[in-house]
Design a binder for this molecule. Structure first.
Ligand code: CTP
Length: 421
């Protein structure tokens, strides 16, 4: 990596090392960051010193290593606040299950953790642990919590582990981590700066009476991932959200709604000043014609509920869209492409993201999705990806559409003279 061109050149990287056997790879990582032109300071947890010596890390980073809150020799204070302010990125590699759990719960019992809690810069972690520890529900929950707060997770790889077992938990390679941090700090990636986008997400809830409702299985994860990705690229994002258990992605303005009618009001109002919308919510197509004021009591016979159609939010935005970008979703169980294409036309989407419940790993609740993009020029089938990765591909397409319509706009408004030339 030539340091002059690298997004890491001149950047301040605070490298946190925790007590994992993968700490030996932190030496190579530090070298790569330095070669790319970054200024690296290293904070180690007390246990990390058992895995790699401070001397090694001090020599490679060309800075003294920080472990304790103060220097026991002379009482000099190692300010975690100053470290957090200095850093352009806090990178914790390797990150143990223990440190991830402490980060998720706000424990502050070493210098690395207090620095994490006070850092305002982007934070990335590269987990390293045994496969069962990584797969454990507690670790996975902690990773989800951290991701929802904006911490970037550098996924561990599958492979041979120090325990002798083979599986997922092996820290990503130093080259991968350095490239990831480079991408994170690459300011050129603020490609949606100045754009205002709406994302609808989650399931709507249609009340039957004060205690019952009609809804669906949507978890909101896909829409939240999209909102987070668009915000990370610099867009001002309004997330119109049905009920979910998810945390609001960093930098996103969230408007909570319950019913399809409320989602319609919030989305159409926000669309006025927007450059586009991604319609990811699973909106009820029908709602009870009347909501009982009191709890309905059961009888002996059958019960009939009269439903009426809700308003189609996507179709309404499609009718008003003009040059704005509109992205739709279709979750189908059969005749997938034909249904998706019909929706693309009916609602004037620029493209539609099709997922089929027939594909393993696609659909509700999971962290992966298998989608096909369909527009008027054709289709692009993607492999099984994390929802975060799918969100990035959707954001890429939105950028391309905006670029094309910007170019067209420039050509349409260019002075006659220059148009001739
Ligand atoms: N949509 C919406 N408002 C509605 C219904 C759907 O904005 N009232 C959006 C969804 O967010 C999604 C797309 O429209 O982007 C889905 O199209 P739709 O035909 O409504 O899908 P289904 O509701 O699944 O319809 P069908 O039952 O016909 O498959």
């Amino acid at each position: 990596m030539a340091s002059g061109n690298s997004p890491l050149a001149g950047r301040h990287i605070l490298l946190g090392i925790t007590g994992s056997i993968a700490a030996y790879k932190a030496a190579m990582l530090c070298r790569l960051l330095k070669t790319a032109g970054a200024d690296v300071r290293v904070v180690m947890t007390p246990l990390a010193k058992q895995f790699i010596t401070p001397l090694t890390m001090a020599t490679l980073s060309k800075n003294p290593i920080l472990v304790e809150f103060f220097d026991p020799e002379n009482g000099a204070w190692n300010s975690h606040v100053a470290l957090g302010e200095w850093a352009d990125c806090l990178l914790i590699a390797p990150a143990t299950a223990n440190t991830l759990a402490k980060m998720a719960t706000g424990v502050a019992d070493n210098l690395l953790l207090t620095t994490y809690l006070s850092a305002r810069c982007p934070v990335a972690v590269a987990p390293a642990m045994d496969l069962d520890m990584y797969a454990h529900a507690a670790t996975q929950q902690n990773l989800r919590t951290l991701a929802a707060r904006g911490v970037r997770i550098i996924e561990p790889a599958e492979g041979e582990l120090a325990s002798g077992l083979t599986g997922k938990g092996r820290m990503a390679e130093p080259e991968t981590i350095a490239a990831f941090v480079g991408g994170l700090l690459d300011e050129k990636k603020k490609t949606l700066e100045g754009k205002r986008l709406i994302v609808t997400a989650g399931a709507t809830i249609e009340a039957i009476d004060p205690v019952r409702f009609i809804s669906n299985h949507s978890s909101g994860k896909m829409g939240y991932a999209i909102a987070g990705e668009l915000a990370a690229r610099g867009a001002a994002v309004t997330l119109v959200s049905g009920r979910t258990a998810l945390e609001t992605p960093v930098g996103v303005e969230r408007v909570d709604v319950l019913s399809a009618a409320e989602m319609y009001e919030a989305s159409t109002a926000a669309f006025d000043g927007a450059d586009g919308a991604v319609m990811c919510a699973a909106v009820a197509d029908y709602t009870p014609a009347e909501v009982a004021e009191r709890k309905l009591k059961k009888g002996d016979g059958e019960m009939t509920l009269t439903l009426r159609r809700t308003r189609d939010i996507a179709a309404e935005l499609g009718a008003r869209k003009g040059k704005r970008v509109l992205v739709g979703f279709a979750l189908e169980t059969h005749d997938e492409e034909a249904h998706a294409e019909a929706k693309l036309e009916r609602k004037h989407f620029d493209f539609i993201v099709l997922n089929s419940l027939r594909d393993a790993g696609a659909g509700f609740r999971g962290d992966t999705n298998k989608v096909t993009f369909i527009d008027r020029t054709g289709r692009e089938e993607l492999p099984l990806l994390s929802k975060r990765e799918v969100a990035a591909r959707i954001a890429d397409r939105i950028e391309q559409i905006m670029e094309r319509s910007g170019e067209k706009h420039d050509a349409d408004t260019a002075p006659a003279q220059s148009r001739k030339s």
